[in-house]
Design a binder for this molecule. Structure first.
Ligand code: DGL
Length: 267
């Protein structure tokens, strides 16, 4: 069974692509909705919440967890991988969304200047900047925090004039730079992809996480079959730390189909 963790609903959009690419595995999705959004929380809290989610998913039998959340990938993943797993869970692993995106950008033909849009925590952590400097230090990275986008999308206001106005303001500084690519460094921004692409024009490649993460996971699990094997009757379990009826309603938007989730307590 593969665990998928996000602060809330957004990771469902990544899970959607993972499930499409790798339908043969069992999955357990955990959204920490009671404590979302993570985007403006401190590193200490995001680490604590992520560690609790990891403990829960490993206790359920996962050997591999995907952090389908940029903020948790930026603020907690490295420390968990380097300090927590080797001591407490040798032989298990967690993968995030930042490395696959940075790898993909590094393979683009035109990538000398790249923009990153993300939550305040993701941008402040400089996780994308650091990842680029270790994978391809010649790429110039320009960051832009977009704190109002997650709440607007969660309120289904992505087509409202105020969203367009706010988005235009966030994009303005990035548009002054002659960018080759823009990374949507937050699970929610996929809903604004068309608007963002229109705003930057056809010369700028806009990348979102879902499909990239799914493709990289397929390669990874192919090279590391010890983490999971295909199931004869693949199962899907959806867990939330908040009200499950609310989660089921929102899941329709993020996942594109109806589900029945259960409420759990992480503490
Ligand atoms: N899932 C988060 C991310 O990708 C966005 C929502 C939040 O701030 O918790 O950064």
């Amino acid at each position: 069974m593969i665990g998928i963790f996000d602060s809330g609903y957004g990771g469902l959009s990544i899970f959607r692509d993972i499930e499409k690419k790798l339908p043969q595995y069992d999955y357990i999705y955990l959204g920490d909705n009671a404590r979302a959004p993570y985007g403006d929380r401190s590193q200490k809290l995001i680490y604590k919440y992520s560690q609790e989610a990891v403990d829960y998913l490993f206790a359920k039998g996962c050997k591999l967890i995907i952090f389908a959340c940029n903020t948790a990938s930026a603020m907690a993943l490295r420390k968990l991988q380097q300090e927590y797993l080797p001591k407490k869970y040798p032989g298990r692993n967690i993968l995030g969304v930042i490395h696959p995106l940075v790898e993909t950008v590094s393979e683009l033909k035109k990538n000398s200047k790249v923009g990153i849009m993300g939550t305040v925590s993701t941008i402040d952590s400089k996780a994308y900047v650091n990842e680029f400097s270790s994978i391809n230090p010649s790429i110039l990275v320009f960051q832009q925090a977009c704190p109002l986008l997650v709440p607007l999308i969660e309120e289904s206001r992505e087509n409202m004039p105020e969203t367009k106005m706010i988005l235009t303001e966030y994009i303005r500084p990035l548009k002054k730079i002659n960018l080759d690519a823009v990374v949507l460094g937050c699970t929610h921004y996929g809903w604004l992809q068309t608007m963002i692409e229109k705003s930057f024009g056809t010369e700028v490649k806009v990348l979102r996480s879902g499909q990239i993460v799914a493709d990289k996971l397929a390669g990874y699990i192919g090279r590391h079959p010890e983490y999971d094997s295909p199931s004869k009757d693949p199962s899907r379990v959806f867990l939330t730390t908040n009200d499950n009826k609310k989660f089921d309603q929102a899941a329709e938007k993020f996942l594109g189909r109806k589900i029945k989730s259960k409420t759990i307590n992480l503490k």
